[in-house]
Design a protein around this ligand. Structure first.
Ligand SMILES: Cc1cc2nc3c(=O)[nH]c(=O)nc-3n(C[C@H](O)[C@H](O)[C@H](O)COP(=O)(O)O)c2cc1C
Length: 356
């Protein structure tokens, strides 16, 4: 029972989703099962393509498209690849994506790459961490800009919390479609962002803990058990993705002190089936394909872990967020209550559950 639908936000209208929530594309974590489960439930599922080669991208997209008739996205991270390899990822993906799909970038892409994505005709979502980068993304044709706050899990693009960043960008771009990333784990968090002027939000940690996520079970268990105080911003996990601070769960590798030797601490299976050693300080996330000292690896995790209390199936998670979002919006924004004023029940009796 979720109650009457609030007016769709511009993010929902632009991407064709029925809840203004995007699941972050997460390399090694967000595969076809998670992306499709989130998409079928009406939110924006996103495939993490990180360093995937073109032939795997074709398979991953086809596998996802076969599991959902609703919109879903792909995620590219231009800063971890040479420009021609990232362009090959984009060209391969747009060649096989259905019309209902969208493209997401982590960080402001080089102008020619962003222009190529815009020319492809699918909606383009760009995640940034500063107001100037948001302005450039919009100027260059991004349909949606995701504003990442410093409370976010994973690599960090800026230094401001999400809501102050949103306010700064909204002031200069009143009509832009803006979402926030960082700090979103409940429907109340999402409603707060929308009430503050966002058209929606993106969440990563929340979905990394979901049942269909390919994160290692020990990593999921630790997200569920953690509070914000268990996370730390560090630069130590720089092998494979240098020069970018990241928020992770504190562990032996993030402990203060001199850098330890970058010995192999785990093995993981590459997209082509080869077993690869994982050195301490690798940026690779522990996934279902990883064996070894999971607890010493890069467990990207946002402050939002504070409110993540279980590993849920993606569909149940999205349904729960939708119900919480509607309930919270009706409390904070009377215009979202569809019931005419004169027939509304006595507010004193509305405590707790809202009728579905
Ligand atoms: C495990 C994990 C992996 C991530 N990997 C990616 C990635 O490959 N590409 C990307 O655009 N963002 C990635 N992110 C960052 C998200 O896009 C987003 O900024 C972040 O998850 C928002 O904060 P939250 O985790 O508190 O929801 C990752 C986040 C996490 C937690």
């Amino acid at each position: 029972m979720t109650g009457p639908a609030p007016r769709p936000t511009r993010l929902e209208q632009r991407l064709g989703v029925t809840l203004p929530l995007l699941q972050a594309g997460m390399g090694g974590v967000a595969g076809p099962e998670l992306c499709a489960a989130v998409s079928r439930a009406g939110a924006g599922g996103v495939l993490g393509l990180y360093k995937e080669p073109p032939e795997r991208i074709r398979r991953l997209v086809a596998d996802t498209a076969a599991q959902t008739d609703r919109p879903f996205g792909i995620n590219l991270v231009p800063e971890v690849l040479a420009p021609d390899r990232c362009r090959a990822q984009l060209d391969t993906a747009v060649g096989v994506l259905p019309e209902r799909a969208f493209v997401t970038f982590y960080g402001l892409p080089a102008p020619d790459l962003l222009a190529a994505a815009v020319r492809a005709g699918l909606p383009v979502v760009v995640q940034v961490g500063t107001a100037p980068a948001a302005g450039r993304a919009l100027e260059q044709g991004a349909d949606v800009v995701v504003l990442q706050g410093v409370e976010a899990g994973g690599h960090l693009l800026g230094a401001l919390p999400a809501l102050p960043l949103l306010r700064a960008v909204r002031r200069d771009h009143p009509d832009a479609v803006l979402a926030v990333a960082g700090g979103i784990a409940t429907g109340a968090d999402l409603a707060r962002a929308v009430t503050e002027g966002a058209d929606g939000a993106m969440a990563g940690t929340l979905f990394a803990a979901a049942r269909e996520s390919e994160a290692h079970p020990e990593f999921k268990r630790r997200i569920v058990a953690a509070t914000a105080a268990d996370t730390v911003v560090t630069t130590v996990f720089d092998i494979g993705w240098p020069n970018r601070p990241h928020r992770v769960l504190r562990n032996a590798t993030t402990a203060p002190g001199p850098r330890q030797p970058a010995r192999f601490i785990a093995t993981t299976t590459a997209p082509d089936g080869r077993r690869l050693p994982v050195p301490r300080y690798s940026a690779a996330v522990p996934s279902i394909r990883t064996e070894g000292r999971i607890e010493d690896m890069a467990m990207y995790c946002g402050d939002s872990c504070e409110r993540i209390t279980a590993t849920e199936p993606g569909a149940a998670l999205v349904d729960r967020i939708r119900a919480e979002y509607r309930r919270a919006l009706r409390r904070t924004r009377p215009e979202h209550r569809r019931t005419p004023r004169h027939t509304r029940p006595d507010p004193a009796r509305q405590e707790g559950e809202v009728p579905g």
